[in-house]
Write a protein that binds this ligand. Structure first.
Ligand code: IPM
Ligand code: MN
Length: 356
Protein backbone atom coordinates (compact mmCIF):
# COMPACT_ATOMS: atom_id res chain seq x y z
CA UNK A 1 0.00 0.00 0.00
CA UNK A 2 1.10 3.60 -0.60
CA UNK A 3 1.20 5.78 2.50
CA UNK A 4 1.61 9.48 2.02
CA UNK A 5 2.00 11.29 5.32
CA UNK A 6 2.34 14.89 6.47
CA UNK A 7 4.67 15.24 9.45
CA UNK A 8 4.11 18.23 11.72
CA UNK A 9 6.57 18.07 14.64
CA UNK A 10 5.59 21.48 16.10
CA UNK A 11 7.20 22.89 19.25
CA UNK A 12 8.98 21.86 22.43
CA UNK A 13 9.49 18.11 22.60
CA UNK A 14 7.44 17.72 19.38
CA UNK A 15 10.43 17.22 17.05
CA UNK A 16 12.06 14.62 19.33
CA UNK A 17 9.01 12.45 19.85
CA UNK A 18 7.90 12.73 16.24
CA UNK A 19 11.36 11.69 15.05
CA UNK A 20 10.98 8.42 16.98
CA UNK A 21 7.40 7.92 15.81
CA UNK A 22 8.56 8.41 12.25
CA UNK A 23 11.30 5.78 12.66
CA UNK A 24 8.65 3.38 13.94
CA UNK A 25 6.44 4.22 10.93
CA UNK A 26 9.33 3.50 8.58
CA UNK A 27 10.13 0.20 10.27
CA UNK A 28 6.51 -0.96 10.05
CA UNK A 29 6.24 0.07 6.39
CA UNK A 30 9.41 -1.78 5.59
CA UNK A 31 8.26 -4.91 7.36
CA UNK A 32 4.87 -4.99 5.66
CA UNK A 33 6.10 -3.74 2.27
CA UNK A 34 4.27 -0.44 2.26
CA UNK A 35 5.61 2.43 0.28
CA UNK A 36 6.02 5.41 2.61
CA UNK A 37 6.43 9.00 1.47
CA UNK A 38 6.34 11.90 3.88
CA UNK A 39 6.93 15.61 4.04
CA UNK A 40 7.45 17.90 7.02
CA UNK A 41 5.81 21.26 7.65
CA UNK A 42 5.71 23.95 10.32
CA UNK A 43 2.95 24.47 12.84
CA UNK A 44 2.73 26.35 16.15
CA UNK A 45 5.37 28.68 17.60
CA UNK A 46 7.98 27.51 15.10
CA UNK A 47 5.62 28.46 12.28
CA UNK A 48 5.03 31.88 13.86
CA UNK A 49 8.79 32.42 14.06
CA UNK A 50 9.28 31.45 10.42
CA UNK A 51 6.17 32.89 8.78
CA UNK A 52 4.17 34.88 11.32
CA UNK A 53 1.33 32.37 10.98
CA UNK A 54 0.86 29.38 13.36
CA UNK A 55 -0.82 27.32 10.60
CA UNK A 56 0.56 28.61 7.30
CA UNK A 57 -1.33 27.91 4.06
CA UNK A 58 1.53 25.68 2.81
CA UNK A 59 1.08 23.48 5.88
CA UNK A 60 -2.65 23.24 5.26
CA UNK A 61 -2.10 22.35 1.61
CA UNK A 62 0.32 19.61 2.59
CA UNK A 63 -2.19 18.18 5.10
CA UNK A 64 -4.95 18.25 2.47
CA UNK A 65 -2.73 16.46 -0.03
CA UNK A 66 -1.72 13.72 2.46
CA UNK A 67 -3.45 10.52 3.59
CA UNK A 68 -2.73 11.18 7.27
CA UNK A 69 -1.04 13.75 9.48
CA UNK A 70 1.41 12.83 12.22
CA UNK A 71 1.47 15.68 14.70
CA UNK A 72 3.78 16.37 17.65
CA UNK A 73 2.82 19.15 20.01
CA UNK A 74 2.57 22.89 20.07
CA UNK A 75 2.97 25.64 22.62
CA UNK A 76 5.76 27.87 23.82
CA UNK A 77 6.01 29.48 27.26
CA UNK A 78 7.05 32.79 25.74
CA UNK A 79 3.39 33.28 24.76
CA UNK A 80 1.79 31.99 27.95
CA UNK A 81 2.44 34.98 30.15
CA UNK A 82 1.78 37.53 27.50
CA UNK A 83 -1.97 38.12 27.45
CA UNK A 84 -1.48 40.78 24.78
CA UNK A 85 0.08 38.37 22.23
CA UNK A 86 -1.93 38.82 19.04
CA UNK A 87 -1.10 35.44 17.64
CA UNK A 88 -0.57 32.29 19.70
CA UNK A 89 0.80 28.85 18.75
CA UNK A 90 -2.41 27.13 19.95
CA UNK A 91 -4.34 29.00 17.26
CA UNK A 92 -2.44 26.91 14.74
CA UNK A 93 -3.72 23.66 16.21
CA UNK A 94 -7.26 25.00 16.41
CA UNK A 95 -7.17 26.28 12.85
CA UNK A 96 -5.84 22.97 11.60
CA UNK A 97 -8.66 21.11 13.38
CA UNK A 98 -11.25 23.51 11.99
CA UNK A 99 -9.91 23.67 8.43
CA UNK A 100 -9.55 19.90 8.19
CA UNK A 101 -13.04 19.48 9.67
CA UNK A 102 -11.75 17.22 12.46
CA UNK A 103 -14.88 17.17 14.56
CA UNK A 104 -14.14 13.93 16.41
CA UNK A 105 -11.21 13.34 18.73
CA UNK A 106 -10.81 9.75 19.88
CA UNK A 107 -8.87 9.38 23.08
CA UNK A 108 -8.63 5.77 24.19
CA UNK A 109 -7.76 5.29 27.85
CA UNK A 110 -6.35 1.95 28.90
CA UNK A 111 -3.90 0.64 31.42
CA UNK A 112 -0.57 -1.10 31.07
CA UNK A 113 0.09 -3.87 33.60
CA UNK A 114 3.68 -2.75 34.15
CA UNK A 115 2.53 0.80 34.93
CA UNK A 116 -0.29 0.12 37.38
CA UNK A 117 1.92 1.03 40.31
CA UNK A 118 2.59 4.46 38.74
CA UNK A 119 -1.03 5.44 38.90
CA UNK A 120 -1.93 7.54 41.94
CA UNK A 121 -5.11 5.45 42.10
CA UNK A 122 -5.40 2.09 43.82
CA UNK A 123 -4.39 -0.83 41.59
CA UNK A 124 -7.73 -2.62 41.96
CA UNK A 125 -9.53 0.49 40.71
CA UNK A 126 -7.50 0.98 37.54
CA UNK A 127 -6.51 -2.57 36.54
CA UNK A 128 -8.13 -3.32 33.17
CA UNK A 129 -9.89 0.04 32.98
CA UNK A 130 -10.51 0.61 29.28
CA UNK A 131 -12.67 3.33 27.86
CA UNK A 132 -12.86 5.66 24.89
CA UNK A 133 -13.32 9.37 25.35
CA UNK A 134 -14.88 10.88 22.28
CA UNK A 135 -14.32 14.62 22.38
CA UNK A 136 -16.10 17.00 20.01
CA UNK A 137 -13.27 19.04 18.52
CA UNK A 138 -14.50 21.87 16.31
CA UNK A 139 -17.29 23.50 18.29
CA UNK A 140 -18.18 24.80 21.73
CA UNK A 141 -16.28 27.44 23.66
CA UNK A 142 -13.13 26.96 21.59
CA UNK A 143 -14.76 28.33 18.47
CA UNK A 144 -17.99 30.10 19.44
CA UNK A 145 -18.28 33.76 18.56
CA UNK A 146 -18.42 36.41 19.89
CA UNK A 147 -15.30 36.07 21.92
CA UNK A 148 -13.35 38.99 23.29
CA UNK A 149 -13.11 41.91 25.65
CA UNK A 150 -15.16 44.98 26.30
CA UNK A 151 -13.64 48.29 25.25
CA UNK A 152 -12.41 49.13 28.75
CA UNK A 153 -10.85 45.66 28.93
CA UNK A 154 -12.60 44.80 32.18
CA UNK A 155 -15.10 42.33 30.81
CA UNK A 156 -14.28 39.23 28.78
CA UNK A 157 -16.53 36.70 27.09
CA UNK A 158 -16.48 33.40 25.22
CA UNK A 159 -19.51 31.83 23.63
CA UNK A 160 -20.51 28.18 23.66
CA UNK A 161 -22.38 27.27 20.48
CA UNK A 162 -23.53 23.89 19.16
CA UNK A 163 -25.83 23.08 16.30
CA UNK A 164 -27.99 19.97 16.04
CA UNK A 165 -25.85 18.67 13.15
CA UNK A 166 -22.65 19.03 15.15
CA UNK A 167 -24.11 17.07 18.04
CA UNK A 168 -25.71 14.44 15.83
CA UNK A 169 -22.57 13.43 13.98
CA UNK A 170 -20.43 13.02 17.08
CA UNK A 171 -23.10 11.21 19.12
CA UNK A 172 -23.76 8.84 16.23
CA UNK A 173 -20.03 8.10 16.05
CA UNK A 174 -20.06 7.33 19.77
CA UNK A 175 -22.70 4.64 19.18
CA UNK A 176 -20.75 3.22 16.24
CA UNK A 177 -17.66 2.93 18.45
CA UNK A 178 -19.68 1.39 21.27
CA UNK A 179 -20.95 -1.27 18.85
CA UNK A 180 -17.35 -2.43 18.44
CA UNK A 181 -16.74 -2.34 22.19
CA UNK A 182 -18.77 -3.11 25.33
CA UNK A 183 -21.97 -1.48 24.05
CA UNK A 184 -22.38 1.35 26.46
CA UNK A 185 -22.46 5.09 25.79
CA UNK A 186 -22.20 7.76 28.48
CA UNK A 187 -23.38 11.16 27.30
CA UNK A 188 -21.57 13.78 29.33
CA UNK A 189 -23.11 17.22 29.71
CA UNK A 190 -24.17 19.90 32.15
CA UNK A 191 -27.81 19.90 31.14
CA UNK A 192 -28.90 21.13 34.55
CA UNK A 193 -27.28 24.49 33.77
CA UNK A 194 -26.29 24.93 30.13
CA UNK A 195 -28.52 25.44 27.09
CA UNK A 196 -26.03 23.77 24.76
CA UNK A 197 -26.00 20.75 27.07
CA UNK A 198 -29.79 20.52 26.90
CA UNK A 199 -29.53 20.40 23.09
CA UNK A 200 -26.87 17.65 23.40
CA UNK A 201 -29.12 15.63 25.65
CA UNK A 202 -32.18 16.08 23.47
CA UNK A 203 -30.31 15.05 20.32
CA UNK A 204 -28.68 12.10 22.09
CA UNK A 205 -32.09 10.92 23.33
CA UNK A 206 -33.28 10.84 19.71
CA UNK A 207 -30.22 9.00 18.40
CA UNK A 208 -30.34 6.56 21.31
CA UNK A 209 -33.51 5.10 19.76
CA UNK A 210 -31.56 4.09 16.63
CA UNK A 211 -29.31 1.91 18.80
CA UNK A 212 -31.61 -0.06 21.11
CA UNK A 213 -28.94 -2.73 21.65
CA UNK A 214 -26.61 -0.16 23.21
CA UNK A 215 -26.99 1.01 26.77
CA UNK A 216 -27.10 4.77 27.19
CA UNK A 217 -26.50 6.76 30.34
CA UNK A 218 -26.63 10.49 30.84
CA UNK A 219 -24.31 12.06 33.37
CA UNK A 220 -23.34 15.55 34.40
CA UNK A 221 -19.71 16.39 33.74
CA UNK A 222 -18.88 17.09 37.38
CA UNK A 223 -20.15 13.67 38.34
CA UNK A 224 -18.16 12.06 35.51
CA UNK A 225 -15.01 13.85 36.73
CA UNK A 226 -15.52 12.18 40.07
CA UNK A 227 -16.40 8.72 38.73
CA UNK A 228 -13.39 8.59 36.41
CA UNK A 229 -11.31 8.55 39.57
CA UNK A 230 -13.66 6.58 41.76
CA UNK A 231 -14.62 3.72 39.41
CA UNK A 232 -13.14 4.13 35.91
CA UNK A 233 -14.09 0.59 34.88
CA UNK A 234 -17.77 1.57 34.68
CA UNK A 235 -17.13 3.50 31.44
CA UNK A 236 -17.00 2.24 27.86
CA UNK A 237 -17.56 5.16 25.46
CA UNK A 238 -17.86 8.69 26.82
CA UNK A 239 -19.02 11.38 24.41
CA UNK A 240 -18.78 15.04 25.24
CA UNK A 241 -18.28 18.59 24.04
CA UNK A 242 -14.92 20.16 23.35
CA UNK A 243 -13.84 21.74 26.64
CA UNK A 244 -15.31 19.03 28.89
CA UNK A 245 -13.45 16.46 26.78
CA UNK A 246 -10.20 18.38 27.03
CA UNK A 247 -10.38 18.47 30.81
CA UNK A 248 -11.68 14.94 31.38
CA UNK A 249 -8.98 13.35 29.23
CA UNK A 250 -6.11 15.02 31.08
CA UNK A 251 -7.76 13.76 34.24
CA UNK A 252 -8.22 10.27 32.80
CA UNK A 253 -4.57 10.10 31.82
CA UNK A 254 -3.57 9.54 35.45
CA UNK A 255 -5.27 6.16 35.16
CA UNK A 256 -2.59 5.04 32.71
CA UNK A 257 0.14 6.30 35.00
CA UNK A 258 1.46 9.04 32.75
CA UNK A 259 0.16 11.71 30.40
CA UNK A 260 3.08 10.62 28.22
CA UNK A 261 1.24 7.42 27.27
CA UNK A 262 -1.96 8.68 25.71
CA UNK A 263 -2.44 8.82 21.95
CA UNK A 264 -5.31 10.33 20.01
CA UNK A 265 -6.89 10.31 16.59
CA UNK A 266 -8.78 13.28 15.20
CA UNK A 267 -11.10 12.40 12.38
CA UNK A 268 -13.71 14.19 10.34
CA UNK A 269 -14.16 15.63 6.89
CA UNK A 270 -10.61 15.80 5.49
CA UNK A 271 -7.27 14.21 6.39
CA UNK A 272 -7.14 12.67 9.88
CA UNK A 273 -4.54 13.82 12.41
CA UNK A 274 -2.76 11.57 14.90
CA UNK A 275 -1.19 13.17 17.93
CA UNK A 276 -0.36 12.56 21.58
CA UNK A 277 -2.75 14.24 24.01
CA UNK A 278 0.10 15.78 26.00
CA UNK A 279 1.55 19.19 25.25
CA UNK A 280 4.93 20.50 24.17
CA UNK A 281 6.60 20.04 27.60
CA UNK A 282 9.03 22.94 26.99
CA UNK A 283 11.10 22.20 30.12
CA UNK A 284 12.21 18.95 28.49
CA UNK A 285 12.72 20.24 24.96
CA UNK A 286 16.04 19.24 23.44
CA UNK A 287 16.99 17.03 26.42
CA UNK A 288 16.09 13.69 24.83
CA UNK A 289 14.10 12.67 27.92
CA UNK A 290 10.47 12.98 26.80
CA UNK A 291 8.33 9.86 26.59
CA UNK A 292 7.76 9.03 22.90
CA UNK A 293 5.15 6.33 23.58
CA UNK A 294 2.02 8.49 23.21
CA UNK A 295 3.21 9.52 19.74
CA UNK A 296 4.27 6.01 18.82
CA UNK A 297 0.85 4.74 19.94
CA UNK A 298 -0.69 7.52 17.81
CA UNK A 299 1.11 5.93 14.85
CA UNK A 300 -0.67 2.67 15.75
CA UNK A 301 -3.97 4.55 15.59
CA UNK A 302 -2.87 6.02 12.26
CA UNK A 303 -2.33 2.59 10.73
CA UNK A 304 -5.65 1.40 12.09
CA UNK A 305 -7.91 4.38 11.43
CA UNK A 306 -6.36 6.10 8.40
CA UNK A 307 -5.25 2.99 6.48
CA UNK A 308 -7.32 0.19 8.02
CA UNK A 309 -4.08 -1.74 8.61
CA UNK A 310 -4.89 -3.58 11.83
CA UNK A 311 -1.96 -5.96 11.93
CA UNK A 312 0.51 -3.10 11.63
CA UNK A 313 -1.18 -1.24 14.49
CA UNK A 314 -1.18 -4.38 16.61
CA UNK A 315 2.54 -4.90 16.08
CA UNK A 316 3.28 -1.38 17.31
CA UNK A 317 1.21 -1.96 20.45
CA UNK A 318 2.99 -5.22 21.01
CA UNK A 319 6.37 -3.50 20.67
CA UNK A 320 5.32 -0.78 23.10
CA UNK A 321 4.14 -3.38 25.64
CA UNK A 322 7.40 -5.27 25.21
CA UNK A 323 9.49 -2.13 25.80
CA UNK A 324 7.63 -1.54 29.03
CA UNK A 325 7.98 -5.14 30.14
CA UNK A 326 11.70 -4.84 29.46
CA UNK A 327 11.66 -1.54 31.40
CA UNK A 328 13.17 0.32 28.49
CA UNK A 329 11.24 3.46 29.34
CA UNK A 330 11.77 7.18 29.89
CA UNK A 331 12.09 8.74 33.32
CA UNK A 332 8.40 9.63 33.74
CA UNK A 333 7.48 5.95 33.91
CA UNK A 334 10.76 4.32 34.94
CA UNK A 335 10.63 2.49 38.24
CA UNK A 336 14.14 1.16 38.60
CA UNK A 337 17.33 3.15 38.72
CA UNK A 338 17.70 3.42 35.02
CA UNK A 339 15.72 5.64 32.73
CA UNK A 340 16.24 5.53 28.98
CA UNK A 341 16.33 8.47 26.61
CA UNK A 342 13.65 9.30 24.05
CA UNK A 343 15.80 8.00 21.22
CA UNK A 344 16.85 4.84 23.08
CA UNK A 345 13.22 3.92 23.64
CA UNK A 346 12.44 4.62 19.98
CA UNK A 347 15.41 2.59 18.82
CA UNK A 348 14.44 -0.35 21.05
CA UNK A 349 10.93 -0.37 19.60
CA UNK A 350 12.25 -0.18 16.03
CA UNK A 351 14.59 -3.12 16.74
CA UNK A 352 11.71 -5.10 18.19
CA UNK A 353 9.60 -4.47 15.08
CA UNK A 354 12.46 -5.42 12.77
CA UNK A 355 13.18 -8.63 14.67
CA UNK A 356 9.67 -9.87 15.31
C1 IPM B 1 -5.24 19.25 23.62
C2 IPM B 1 -4.56 20.53 23.98
C3 IPM B 1 -5.11 21.66 23.12
C4 IPM B 1 -6.60 21.77 23.42
C5 IPM B 1 -4.42 23.02 23.31
C6 IPM B 1 -2.93 22.94 23.10
C7 IPM B 1 -5.03 24.08 22.43
O1 IPM B 1 -4.70 20.80 25.33
O2 IPM B 1 -5.13 18.81 22.46
O3 IPM B 1 -5.89 18.66 24.48
O4 IPM B 1 -7.00 22.43 24.38
O5 IPM B 1 -7.37 21.20 22.65
MN1 MN C 1 -5.72 19.24 26.47
Amino acid sequence: MKLNIAVLPGDGIGPEIVAQALEVTKAVCKKFNHELTYKEAWVGAVAIDKTGNPYPPETHELCMASDAVLFGAIGDPKYDNDPSAKVRPEQGLLKMRKDLGLYANLRPISTFPSLIHKSPLRADLVENADFMCLRELTGGLYFGRPQGRSEDGNTAYDTCVYTREEVERIVRLAYKLAEQRRKKVTVVDKANVLCTSRLWRQVAQEIEKEFPHIETEYMFVDNVAMQIIQWPKRFDVLVTENLFGDILTDEASVITGSLGMLPSASIGVHTSVFEPIHGSYPQAAGKNIANPLATILSVALMFEYAFDLKEEGALIRKAVDASMDAQVVTEDIASGEKAYSTSEVGKWIVDFIENT
